[in-house]
Design a protein around this ligand. Structure first.
Ligand code: NAP
Ligand code: MG
Length: 515
């Protein structure tokens, strides 16, 4: 009997002992800068001439790791290896599979500072955000292990006279796992461990901006004794390797999290039946967001300021759940906006190895240029209230930015920016605010600050998002507590970290025997 699932506690960095542990871990990561990391297929470590250079976005000349870069041929080999291994792995017991996850969670708890420090350097996540990323990965492992033990038990069916009827869950096959860079530990570990624990084998293609932390997880799974070939680690470019593993006839399922455009492309490619393919591929695609917080005239403004700033600027706004639109009803518009601006001006931006910097850099040059362009667009579509500065001389730094008086149909109100830019919109009342909140093609997270029960109840019914929050920030969904996934162009609403999630990786078989 296992203890009940509980979310892993975050570290309190006001305690000097914890700060010291993180400083030491950052030093350890710095000593390993520039190391080379291989591809892993069927347990074999493969090095290629071509490498992906993973950089530190705070100091872009620092190379965190040089990771071997797979091509189409290696991608084919990885899928075939996973397919062969599946023929054996599929029959392992659910409990056995769950125990690999439980052991991996234990290792990650022991090495939580090191893994988090690696994300401080590879990702530009501040300490708390990086620690939360590792903590979420640990939660996924613990949660899915228990979930699989539950699904592995006899499932209820209606008794029928003279027969023994049973229903049980079996795996699908080879799963191509394609995570984004922004939760390079949590989402990568969540999707991968869900696929493995349900009895599938995996080809994992990490995002090209964060392959080193992905490698560390693959290594942990080796350390816990996961048989070779169950998890194949295949860094490479999305277009080349991604398309090969998604399109391959032996691939049974794709688990993707990332942008809308790539998600739609994957969905289309996976839908096309290839010669020799014997199934309809299953796709889960969790995609982008244009997440909105509404504040009405009855709201507690102190609490709204805290929640809005944390939601908009935590990890530089690079969360699918980040608040990128703020809709304020007219009576409190000026007051709230002034208070947010005042708070945002206090945010310290810089190299996140320094604990005092709340905001770090954005992930890479491409993101930097895109966000900079949106700020320019925003200046034309609204009023620049604060921020707007961009500096890529050392790292990819962008000031926390607010654009006020934005039209609900403006581009910066409709398109995902994925950076520290907040568009603020004035609404005449709550009705109009809700209408604006629902006016994008996305539907991931949303929030309402209000003390008006009728408004909250309306939002509960009509605010069309997968994860809705009242009187708190709209980021930081907890495994098991707030299963996560969005509507419309935000994805297939797979609800990661929820009790339905593992079903997506399995199929049910009914067996009837008459005696
Ligand atoms: P992305 O550019 O779509 O990339 C995601 C993954 O897809 C990466 O591993 C990428 O590889 C790969 N990829 C790119 N092209 C591909 C192709 N043709 N075939 C197969 N794979 C391909 O997204 P991102 O920039 O990493 O992440 C940010 C996005 O993710 C945002 O839109 C954010 O909202 C979304 N997101 C959503 C959720 C959610 O739960 N809904 C959670 C987190 C993030 P390369 O890195 O090699 O290009
Ligand atoms: Mg990308």
């Amino acid at each position: 009997m296992l203890p009940e699932f509980k979310n892993f506690c975050l570290a309190d960095f006001s305690i000097s002992e914890n700060r010291k542990k993180m400083e030491d871990a950052i030093k350890q990561v710095e000593e390993e800068l520039g190391k080379e990391y291989p591809i892993i297929i069927g347990g074999e470590k493969i090095e290629t001439e071509k490498k992906i250079e993973s950089i530190n976005p705070s100091v872009k000349k620092e190379v965190v790791g040089r990771v071997s870069r797979a091509n189409r041929e290696l991608a084919e080999r990885a899928i075939k290896t996973a397919y062969e291994k599946f023929q054996e792995w599929r029959f392992t017991s659910p409990d056995e599979r769950a125990r690999y996850l439980l052991k991996a969670a234990e290792i990650m708890r022991q090495e939580v500072f090191y893994l988090s420090a690696l994300m401080v350097v590879e990702e530009g996540k501040n300490w708390i955000e990086a620690y939360a990323d590792t903590a979420e990965a640990i939660d996924f492992l613990e949660f899915y292990a228990r979930e699989m033990m539950r699904y592995g038990k006899e499932q209820p069916v209606v008794p029928y006279p003279g027969e023994e009827n049973s229903l049980f869950y079996i795996p699908l096959g080879v799963v191509a796992v394609i995570p984004p860079w922004n939760f390079p530990c949590a989402i990568l570990v969540g999707m991968t461990s869900a696929a493995i624990v349900t009895g599938n084998t995996v080809v994992l293609k990490p995002a090209s901006s964060s392959p080193v932390i992905g490698y560390k997880f693959a290594e942990i799974m080796e350390r816990v004794g996961l048989p070779d070939g169950v998890l194949n680690f295949l860094p490479g470019s999305g277009a080349e390797v991604g398309d090969t593993i998604v399109g391959h006839p032996l691939t049974r399922m794709v688990a993707f999290t990332g942008s809308r455009d790539v998600g739609l492309h994957i969905n289309e490619l996976a839908a096309k039946t290839q010669p020799g393919q014997r199934w309809i591929k299953r796709v889960i695609a969790e995609m982008g967001g244009k997440d909105t917080i509404i504040v009405d005239e009855t709201a507690d403004l102190d609490s709204a300021v805290n929640g809005i700033v944390a939601s908009a600027y935590g990890f530089q706004g690079q969360k699918c759940s980040a608040c990128s639109r703020l809709i304020i009803v007219k009576d409190v518009y000026d007051e709230l906006l002034d208070r947010i601006i005042e708070r945002v001006k206090e945010i310290k931006v810089g190299d996140v190895r320094d604990y005092d910097n709340y905001m770090g850099p954005v992930i890479n040059e491409q993101a930097f240029n895109k966000i900079k362009e949106y700020i320019e667009i925003g200046k034309g579509e609204g009023r620049l209230m604060t921020g707007g500065g961009c500096d890529d001389s050392v790292g990819y730094f962008i000031e926390p930015t607010i654009i006020g008086d934005v039209d609900p149909m403006a581009r910066i109100s409709q398109e995902e920016i994925f950076g520290p830019v907040l568009a603020v919109i004035k609404a005449k009342d709550f009705d109009e605010a809700l209408e604006i909140a629902n006016n994008t093609e996305y539907g991931l997270t949303g929030g309402v600050y209000s003390t008006n029960r009728a408004n909250l109840e309306r939002a509960r019914r009509e605010f069309f998002v997968g994860n809705l929050y009242f009187n708190r920030k709209i980021t930081g969904a907890l495994v098991g507590v707030q299963p996560f996934g969005g509507f419309n162009m935000s994805g297939t609403d797979s609800k990661a970290g929820g009790s339905d999630y593992l079903l997506l990786f399995m199929q049910a078989k009914s067996v009837a025997e008459r005696f």
